[in-house]
Design a protein around this ligand. Structure first.
Ligand code: ZN
Length: 59
């Protein structure tokens, strides 16, 4: 997997997500070794949904 921002190498990383109203949970994402960009399942799902909505409007 390569970084979409700089094309650098991304490594799988475990993140701990904490929010105020829900219990902490952890998940696996990816972090770029070059620029530090973080890709995580939540962001990816968001982007996919946004892209889908966008393409639907365009079609
Ligand atoms: Zn990068």
């Amino acid at each position: 997997m390569n970084c979409r921002k700089c094309g650098g190498l991304m490594v799988a990383e475990k993140f701990l997500f904490t929010s105020i109203e829900s219990r902490p949970w952890d998940y696996f994402g990816a972090r770029c070794l070059c620029c530090g960009r973080i890709e995580d399942p939540v962001i990816l799902a968001h982007e996919m949904r946004a892209r889908f909505r966008h393409s639907k409007v365009k079609a």
